[in-house]
Design a protein around this ligand. Structure first.
Ligand code: PEP
Ligand code: MG
Length: 282
């Protein structure tokens, strides 16, 4: 599981789910996965995802407002409860003799201070519960995080690119806007350059980069991403075969060359054109 959107559990409830309820939910997901990777993202509330039981004043620009980690840091007890449930799940795995594959990921990180605060809280909760260390990573979905990736890469265990929001914030186009949908194109070289900055910084620091936004579900785009140095793609199950099949049919050398070429293009249309002829790519 490359992205567990925990806010769904919060949205569906009329009160804050208890630690026990959250633990039970995580356990039911972790159990069939055994030791395989489960990336649990702390609640990304706000933006288009309101929660009735939190006091959330109406905002003029909710996508630029108190969202994701900003909201969690302002509701620290909620964040601590969520982290407790996650570490309890890893303790339960340990008791079953299973090596935990759980990773914790923070959404909407814009500054190092936010990450450092979130990490400090996670470590406090973990130590209080006597749990073993779990990898801690951040979403790269705000341009400032990609631009500062060299700093972040020294401190985090992994990055996961949220292409839905990174596209939205790079192009300043609302991801839900009906008449901008066609223009909010993830093939824009501006986005590819931010992703490349991220993979370069990660590689220099021995960290890995995944993509958990929708762009990874498009086989051509997946080819670009792998060529840029992304090593983990999270897509919905229905998209897995097509992406796997396509990536496996092309040499890694070719993927890298083509992605380098994509970085030199000036607009999304030129990048689309580059990947139009699949025969040439394979
Ligand atoms: C993203 O922004 O690409 C992402 C994966 O997060 P969400 O879609 O939940 O905002
Ligand atoms: Mg997002």
């Amino acid at each position: 599981v490359g992205l567990l959107r925990t806010e769904f559990m919060f949205e569906a409830s009329t009160v804050e789910p208890s630690i026990e309820e959250q633990f039970e939910a995580f356990k039911s997901i972790a159990e069939p996965l055994a030791d395989r990777t489960l990336i649990i993202r702390t609640a990304d509330i706000g933006g288009d995802k309101p929660v009735s039981w939190l006091n959330m004043p109406k905002e003029e620009n909710p996508f630029l407002g108190v969202r994701g980690i900003r909201l969690s840091l302002r509701n620290e007890a909620m964040l601590r409860n969520q982290l407790s449930a996650i570490y309890k799940t890893s303790l339960w795995q340990q008791a079953q003799g299973i090596k935990s594959g759980i990773h914790i990921m923070f959404p909407m990180i814009a500054t190092l201070a936010e990450w450092q605060k979130a990490k400090a809280i996670a470590e406090q909760v973990r130590i209080e519960l006597g749990a073993t260390y779990l990898p801690l990573g951040i979403m790269i979905e705000i341009p400032s995080a990609a631009l500062l990736a060299d700093h972040f890469a020294k401190e985090v265990d992994f990055f996961s690119i949220g292409s839905n929001d990174l596209t939205q914030y790079t192009l300043a186009m609302d991801r839900l806007h009906p008449s901008l949908a066609a223009e909010a194109d993830s093939y824009t070289p501006a986005l590819l350059r931010l992703i490349h900055m991220t993979t370069k910084a990660a590689e220099a620091n021995g960290k890995w980069v995944g993509v958990c936004g929708n762009m990874a579900a498009d086989p051509n785009m997946a080819a670009i991403l792998v060529g840029l140095g992304v090593t983990e793609l999270s897509v919905s199950p229905a998209n897995v075969p097509a992406v796997k099949y396509f990536i496996r049919s092309i040499s890694y050398q070719k993927l890298k060359q083509k992605s380098q070429l994509a970085l030199t293009k000036s607009c999304a249309a030129e990048v689309h054109e580059l990947y139009e002829n699949r025969d040439e790519l394979v």
